[in-house]
Ligand binder design. Structure first.
Ligand SMILES: *[C@@H]1O[C@H](CO)[C@@H](O)[C@H](O)[C@H]1NC(C)=O
Ligand SMILES: *[C@@H]1O[C@H](CO)[C@@H](O)[C@H](O)[C@H]1NC(C)=O
Ligand SMILES: *[C@@H]1O[C@H](CO)[C@@H](O)[C@H](O)[C@H]1NC(C)=O
Ligand SMILES: *[C@@H]1O[C@H](CO)[C@@H](O)[C@H](O)[C@H]1NC(C)=O
Ligand SMILES: *[C@@H]1O[C@H](CO)[C@@H](O)[C@H](O)[C@H]1NC(C)=O
Length: 473
């Protein structure tokens, strides 16, 4: 009988050793990565009955070394610290003892190292003298989030010691809250039972390979030992896959596009302004400027010139002003002596909205100096209407400018009047510059005339020639 007993004991020990050898290779996660990681759910709590076999595991892969510590003391441990020894066949993932004592209880820490990282995991071992009344949970999955279509794996494990009664057994079963019956009737769902250390510790994996929406919800793991059962709840819901690659993308492309659009616009404005700015301003003035018709004056322009410039004034400028741009003009030759200007021109000046003067050396008796030009312009200003000077020759450049009694120089004076330079080669620009200074003239005069006629505006004066009627508009 004793012989049979010891045979049985040896058999049991061998069986236990066999299971610890396999432990880390069974029920592992189905991941393919080779980087350092745990290969199955790492237990935090372990329980044992004094005198029985006990093994602790750190199942991992991808590590260069595993070191074990008990309560901070590195392996190998003196007997008073712990009897547990490494199990080299499992690549140091396991420490065990055939007969655990209460002195072996404590915190066992494994350190996994690869060349750059250290993972640490601590298992708290408790040793009972006799089997505790309640099952002790060694592992329950935490609440989970799983993406649709991925595997759901829940694990629930407990220690209850070994039951020697014939039809008594320890068991863990998963069910889903709100569902009658077990989950086994669903072929997609499987429960894998495991037990170790001679059935003292036992657990069940719940595995759903491809999660559907209806699988989300609360799962209950029911741990039963003879005469006792406890339940643990795990909640599983959907994990929304977020695009991690570019969670909050800076719209570089859009910004660049915007920037280039702005630059392009600025360039366009600059170019358009250089190219068409003047025409646009003239067009704008003619379209939107206040028409100066009700000021009691009869002429738009009083054109003044010296006798030597009469050909330019009467042969070129006047016809264009009158026929092309519809300005009503009068023209006078400037008296040769500046002293007569005011008296002789005052009348016409009062009837004209603008005075346009051709300024050339003969105007100032060929005395082309700042002082003489200053005097001439002052005389013209005295006539009262808005003055535009058309210079036929470059004005003298600040050669020791004479100031008048108020400290005013020609340069300062010129800033207060309009100066347009006449250049036959840039005639187009000249005309735009000049027109800009003249009273607004609506385009489509004929059309406007028609309208004003129907509206009865100044209809009495429309009987005059068309030039005048357009003048009125
Ligand atoms: C692991 O790799 C095998 C083949 O290389 C593949 O069939 C399997 O789907 C992979 N498993 C996971 C979880 O990636
Ligand atoms: C070490 O393990 C970490 C995490 O498991 C992994 O990211 C890293 O690439 C590994 N380093 C080496 C050198 O293997
Ligand atoms: C296992 O541990 C022993 C002693 O600490 C050490 O000599 C051996 O290299 C380790 N083996 C592995 C695979 O980590
Ligand atoms: C083991 O760790 C737990 C939690 O960290 C702590 O409460 C306990 O006192 C530790 N046991 C020993 C023997 O250090
Ligand atoms: C569960 O079973 C009870 C009675 O057997 C039944 O009334 C109930 O409808 C069932 N519930 C579900 C969700 O099947």
């Amino acid at each position: 009988m004793a012989v049979f007993g010891s045979f049985c004991l040896i058999f049991l020990v061998l069986r236990s050793v066999a299971t610890i050898e396999d432990y880390c290779s069974l029920n592992t996660y189905s991941t393919n990565g080779t980087y350092m990681q745990f290969t199955k759910e790492p237990n935090v709590d372990e329980f044992a009955i004094a005198g029985k076999f006990k093994g602790l595991h750190c199942c991992a892969k991808g590590y260069r070394s595993i070191e074990w510590y008990k309560d901070g003391k590195p392996y190998p441990w003196p007997l008073m610290v712990s009897q547990l020894i490494l199990y080299p066949e499992s690549a140091n993932q396991t420490v065990y003892t055939q007969s655990v004592t209460e002195a072996d209880a404590g915190n066992y820490t494994c350190l996994l190292r690869n060349d750059s990282v250290v993972h640490s995991h601590t298992i708290q071992l408790k040793v009972f003298e006799k089997i505790p009344d309640d099952p002790k949970i060694t592992y329950v999955s935490k609440d989970h989030q799983v993406p649709l279509g991925q595997q759901l794996r829940l694990f629930c494990e407990a220690f209850a010691g070994r039951v020697d009664l014939p039809d008594a057994h320890n068991e863990v079963v998963w069910r889903k809250s709100g569902h009658n019956g077990t989950l086994d009737d669903e072929p997609r769902v499987r429960q894998e039972k495991i037990s170790r250390e001679d059935g003292q510790t036992f657990g069940t994996y719940l595995i759903i390979d491809s999660v559907r929406r209806e699988d989300f919800g609360e799962y209950v793991c029911k741990i039963s030992k003879p005469g006792k059962s406890i339940e643990q709840r795990v909640f599983v819901d959907e994990k929304i896959e977020v695009e991690y690659l570019n969670p909050n993308p800076v719209p570089v492309a859009k910004l660049l596009l915007c920037l280039s659009a702005i630059i392009f616009l600025c360039l366009a404005v600059v170019i358009l302004n250089l190219q068409y700015g003047l025409p646009l301003r003239v067009r704008f003035k003619d379209t939107f400027g206040v028409v100066e018709e009700s000021d009691g004056k009869t002429n738009d322009v009083l054109l003044l010139y010296s006798s030597k410039d009469s050909e330019l004034a009467l042969g070129t400028l006047l016809p264009i002003l009158e026929s092309r741009y519809n300005y009503k003009c009068v023209h006078r030759e400037l008296p040769s002596s500046i002293n007569y200007w005011f008296g002789e021109l005052q009348n016409d000046a009062l009837k004209s909205r603008r005075i346009v003067t051709l300024l050339s050396p003969p105007v100032v008796s060929d005395n082309w100096t700042s002082a003489a030009i200053y005097q001439a312009i002052k005389q013209l200003q005295a006539l009262g209407s808005k003055l535009t000077i058309i210079t036929l020759k470059e004005l003298p450049r600040c050669e020791n400018e004479t100031k008048n009694s108020h400290g005013e120089t020609l340069t300062i004076l010129l800033r207060t009047i309009n100066v347009v330079h006449w250049e036959r080669t840039k005639e187009e620009k000249f005309w735009l510059n000049l027109r800009l200074r003249l009273p607004p003239k609506r385009r489509n005069e004929r059309l406007v005339d028609g309208r004003s006629q129907t509206q009865g505006i100044n209809s009495s004066r429309l009987s005059n020639d068309s030039e005048e009627s357009s003048d009125l508009v």
